[in-house]
Design a protein around this ligand. Structure first.
Ligand SMILES: Cc1cc2nc3c(=O)[nH]c(=O)nc-3n(C[C@H](O)[C@H](O)[C@H](O)COP(=O)(O)OP(=O)(O)OC[C@H]3O[C@@H](n4cnc5c(N)ncnc54)[C@H](O)[C@@H]3O)c2cc1C
Length: 510
């Protein structure tokens, strides 16, 4: 089993064994490229660069697939969350066509990799359905269909579909796909190592210094490289992109059905937020995997209720014998609807980033890997301008703002708090967390199943917003830019790269 950035278990965590690195990093070597992040984006990029002859080091703060890749639902789509009419309105028809061709090529290149390396990750081509349930959705669906056809996505109306939902109109989209993301990433990671690449887990990148080469500071010492890729889902430290990518949580479930009536197709309704459905066979057992009920990170007080809503929604249409897995995970949506892939804003040299994938990161991760590897290899691509992160306008005063926020002062270093008093004040049930006010301080307090209290400063180490309790995943989540922390303050999800400050507790007996 592999770990993930939450306490709920996803359907994918048991599909691979923990990774055992074959090679070790060498600190006095200059690497051509350091790739930061061992999700699908980092591993795909590292693989392509190593295959092209670059000497690569992949650094992962936790374990491979610890982030959203371990908590995804792994549909591969060319019909995207941002409809092509919306992309065309914002960027023009030609760019909408380019987006469509980049995602089509990404799926084709994934297929090629699976066949060339010859591994099984449950990859299947699949038809997808998008269905409208009322007049407004029907009108939207017509626009989505027209714009999809215009950019070359093959789709058309159907009168029935292999899902038990009532609908007014539905379209069928051809040549979509699904797979087991962890098996895909692990297979590429092994091949990357076979080609001489190095993977180092449990190594968090904490800073970079750009000179002639790039000095990479990490929790396990320093490394040197010529180019660096942030494949961390959202770049760490403080960057303009944090104001352009909005963090959301989405809820997913893998259930077993009575009667084995699983559809091979993918399906999506048009609610806001929308629900998504597909099936996957894993080691001889098939699951219906469904998700939805998204909200902005830390903008929902009762996150466990979202699971109840999802389950009750599914039970209305499916005869469920068992809910096997339920989990939530995070995605970052670009404010203008398409990802940011290329030079990290503020770093025109050799630091690259791939972020803002929204709910299409399974396919955009490969778009990113294909594009970034070309850029680093000095090759041209039709997609450089399209996804350029520097298309965003700089914000006046942003540099001052960063300086002002960069120094997080330790507030609690010299204080000792009375655990008994805090416990009485907070009155927490085991497994519960809450922000409490005590002696003019706000404290993020959690009580574990055995009654042990954990006290933290609630001030997010990224940009100083107060974190909020996420009861579903037992984490402290930041409502501003989506940083997340474990009950002991450890960073779970960026952009934060430093843990929450621990508050020392003492049992003071009188
Ligand atoms: C519930 C849900 C369902 C989804 N379903 C789909 C779907 O069906 N189809 C689809 O296309 N997309 C889907 N997505 C989106 C998709 O899963 C993500 O976009 C994708 O997994 C992102 O992959 P990544 O490699 O970029 O990031 P991640 O998988 O998050 O990997 C980033 C890695 O970087 C590491 N890291 C972070 N900071 C550092 C640091 N400082 N130093 C070292 N390592 C670091 C993390 O530990 C992590 O392992 C879904 C998202 C959610 C939330």
């Amino acid at each position: 089993m592999i770990s993930r950035d939450g306490t709920c278990m996803s359907v994918w965590q048991n599909t691979v064994a923990p990774f055992n690195s074959q090679h070790f990093s060498i600190s006095d070597q200059i690497y051509d490229v350091v790739i930061v992040g061992g999700g699908i984006t980092g591993v795909s990029t590292a693989f392509l660069l190593q295959q092209s002859g670059k000497k690569c080091l992949l650094l992962e703060a936790n374990n491979l697939c610890y982030g959203t890749t371990g908590g995804t639902t792994a549909h591969l789509n060319t019909l995207l969350d941002t409809p092509y009419n919306a992309i065309a309105n914002k960027f023009g028809d030609d760019k909408a066509k380019l987006v469509a061709s980049s995602v089509r090529e990404a799926i084709e290149s994934m297929k090629r990799r699976i066949s060339d390396i010859n591994f099984d990750c449950g990859f299947r081509n699949a038809t997808a359905y998008l269905f409208a349930k009322d007049e407004k959705q029907e009108k939207e669906l017509a626009e989505i269909k027209e714009s999809a056809l215009k950019v070359g996505v093959d789709c058309g109306y159907v009168s029935s579909m292999s899902y038990p939902f009532l609908f007014r109109k539905a379209i069928q989209i051809e040549d979509q796909a699904k797979f087991i993301p962890t098996r895909y990433v692990y297979a590429l990671a092994h091949e990357f190592e076979n080609l001489g690449g190095i993977i180092q887990e449990q190594t968090r990148v904490t800073g970079v210094e750009e000179n002639e080469t790039i000095n990479v500071e990490t929790s396990a010492g320093n490394f040197e490289c010529r180019a660096l890729v942030y494949a961390t889902h959202i770049p760490p430290a403080v960057n303009l992109l944090h104001l352009r990518c909005i963090p959301y949580r989405s809820y997913a479930m893998a259930v077993r059905l009575k009667g084995n009536n699983y559809s091979e197709a993918l399906a999506y309704d048009m609610e806001d937020p929308y629900n998504y459905y597909r099936s996957q066979e894993i080691d001889g057992k098939t699951y219906l995997i469904a998700g939805g009920f998204d909200h902005k990170t830390a903008h929902e007080e009762d996150t466990e209720y979202r699971f109840l809503q999802l389950e009750s929604h599914l039970r209305k249409s499916f005869d469920i014998s068992e809910v096997k897995y339920k989990w939530s995970s995070q995605y970052f949506e670009a404010d203008d609807g398409i990802p940011y892939i290329g030079h990290l804003p503020g770093h025109p040299g050799n630091i690259y980033v791939a972020t803002g994938f929204g709910g299409n990161g399974m396919v955009y991760s490969t778009v990113a890997a294909n594009l970034l590897s070309k850029m680093i290899l000095g090759q041209n691509s039709l997609y450089i301008d399209l996804y350029d992160p520097n298309r965003i306008k700089p914000i006046a005063g942003f540099t001052q703002f960063i300086k002002h926020n960069a120094d997080v002062v330790k507030q609690f270093a010299s204080k000792l708090f009375d655990a008994d008093k805090l416990e009485v004040l907070a009155d927490l049930a085991p497994g519960e967390g809450r922000l409490v006010k005590y002696e003019d301080h706000k404290i993020a307090l959690y009580k574990d199943e055995y009654g042990k209290l954990y006290a933290l400063s609630p001030v997010c180490t990224h940009l100083k917003c107060d974190v909020r309790w996420n009861s579903a995943e037992k984490s402290w989540d930041c409502p501003c830019h989506g940083a997340r922390y474990a009950i002991d303050g450890k960073v779970l999800t960026g952009p934060a790269d430093r843990d929450l400050e621990k508050i020392p507790l003492a049992v003071v007996r009188t």
